[in-house]
Design a protein around this ligand. Sequence first.
Ligand code: ATP
Ligand code: MG
Length: 445
Amino acid sequence: MRLSRYFLPVLKENPAEAQIVSHRYMLRAGMIKQQAAGIYSWLPLGFRVLKRIEEIVHQEQVRAGHIPLLMPTLQPADLWRESGRYDDYGQEMLRITDRQKREMLYGPTNEEMITDIFRSHVNSYKDLPLTLYHIQWKFRDEMRPRFGVMRGREFLMKDGYNFDIDKDAALHAYNRHMVSYLRTYERMGLTAIPMRAASGPIGGDNTHEFLVLAQTGESEVFYDDRVTALKLGSREIDYDDRAAVADVCKEFTTLYARTDETHDAAVFEGVPEAHRKVGRGIEVGQIFYFGTKYSEAMGATVVTDKGEKVPVEMGSHGIGVSRLLGAIIEASHDDKGIIWPEGVTPFPVGIVNLKQGDGAADAACEGLYKALAAKGLEALYDDRDERAGAKFATMDLIGLPWRITVGPRGLANGVVELTSRRTGESEEMSPEAAVDRIAQIYAGR
Ligand code: ATP
Ligand code: MG
């Protein structure tokens, strides 16, 4: 993308309404625009990151054997009357009446609808296990929408639902979700710690929240800091191997890590003092096992291999896709702007032309741009007629992990400069070497 033709409405001033750094940088970098309290347009740069995050979520769900579909945002109230949640949900639910006076709602989550789909089409153990998920906009009329996309009213969520024949199989699905989530967050450059949580309106007793540690987080968290060093890394996981998947969950949930809702001071005392930490965290996901809560209420049954008709065992599992942008920025920025992890960056690399209009510099930039494209890497080329300082400031603000700087002086010696946004370190090399280096960095993406 050539910056001269892009739509990147960068703000020079700090927007007064933004209280936390991620919100401030998302506005300043021209990623989002608020349209009403807690409701945002995703401008091109923000949209690219959102799509990238969605893609990672999809890939890891499919890898775990889960199946994508798409349910609508609007739902009939009657479905929610079946589970009893139409009344229970309260004012967070946006209720709508259509022209036929039918009661509708903008879905805050989809347990009822997925249970309805299941009961319409599945009735035998032979069709299990089954996990269906979608990535769809949700609406919750939050009392205090704030911090930009972090607590919106309209927000994008991945929500998945498992259907299993018995509790053991459903707990395996729970574990599978935990592992796939760990992998998802790691690919985004995040450390998200699974913490024992309280279940709230979804119901059920097995539930973990995934928290990204950040001063600005809304949850108070208590943890053994050795938990922050745990990594899934590149290990292969066979998602059908119940014992192997359970082992990974055990590895990640044995050290103390809880939110204030489940915190137990007496147990916490048992953590060696040097490792006992209290902090704040951003909830980027939650998994639940709730058994037959919805299947019983809504008549979603399956016939077992012994010919018995039983309510299907279920759980639901959510990732805050749009909130993740805020969480990643909270975890990865400096005073000049965002520092995108390579996994989610909107563009893999930026090209800064120090002297637009200089024949050699222009030609070298074009060459780099095309050579990168040939390797499947779309650079953001700052080809505007601007001062070098302004170009650097924009690149630093929008946070691309790598920058190639091209100027007549370097070119006279056959070199360009490759700079890491994270470390600030620069290295001179030939344009060809810079392209190869970038290609290498993103080879696994
Ligand atoms: P919270 O406690 O933050 O209100 P929740 O526990 O009600 O969230 P869940 O039902 O667990 O939310 O939804 C799954 C995920 O969706 C959450 O882990 C969070 O990342 C995201 N999410 C929930 N509410 C919002 C919101 N208002 N804005 C953006 N993301 C949200
Ligand atoms: Mg939650």
